[in-house]
Unconditional design. Structure first.
Ligand code: GRF
Length: 182
């Protein structure tokens, strides 16, 4: 059965684009929503003929609008892809076990922001990304998959982010396809 997936973004949406491009038998993208009406990814998704929604308002109103639109679209699983807002406990509870996120670190290391700078400052030999189930606790739900990349001499947060992002683009569609079918 093909799962209906909704994606939440805040910006460029490169992970969202890879999920859209990889959609097929396992899942289809039924909605792309954003807190940011100017998110570049929203225009791209609309150009692909995918229904989109932007709601820049307060969190309670935004989440109510997202929740209604996701349910109207028959969404079964929500994929966060660079969605830079914290979801409320109520929203997470309403979609318990059905929200996944991609995070640019090898969790449980470096929850939250500035993951690449923190990995470099720690002198780590490798970095990577993780796909996990979203719970009320930030970046702490069940790990569904990880990809590792080396940290190279001379790396900056930007050069490392670029290497990790390429790994994100391979990992997320694969893990999402497995998740919706389990
Ligand atoms: C990615 O690095 C993702 O892991 C993080 O935010 C970034 C979003 O990039 N949560 P994009 O919008 O998918 O290009």
């Amino acid at each position: 059965m093909t799962a209906r997936v909704g994606i939440l973004i805040s910006g460029r949406g490169s992970n969202m684009q890879t999920l859209v491009r990889a959609a097929g038998d396992a899942y289809r993208i039924a909605l792309v929503a954003s807190d940011n009406p100017d998110a570049a990814g929203l225009a791209w998704a609309a150009g692909q003929g995918i229904p989109t929604l932007a709601h820049p308002g307060k969190r309670a109103e935004r989440e109510a609008a997202f929740d209604a639109a996701l349910r109207d679209a028959g969404v079964e699983v929500i994929a966060l892809a660079g969605y830079m807002r914290l979801l409320s406990d109520d929203f997470v509870a309403g979609w318990r076990g059905r929200i996944v996120n991609i995070h640019p670190s090898l969790l449980p290391k470096y929850k939250g922001l500035d993951t690449h700078a923190r990995a470099l400052a720690a002198g780590d030999a490798e970095a990577g990304c993780s796909v996990h189930v979203v719970t009320e606790e930030l970046d702490a739900g069940e790990l569904l998959g990880q990809a590792r990349v080396p940290i190279l001499p001379g790396d900056t947060p930007d050069s490392l982010a670029e290497r990790v992002l390429a790994a994100e683009h391979s990992l997320y569609p694969k893990v999402l396809a497995e998740f919706v079918q389990r």
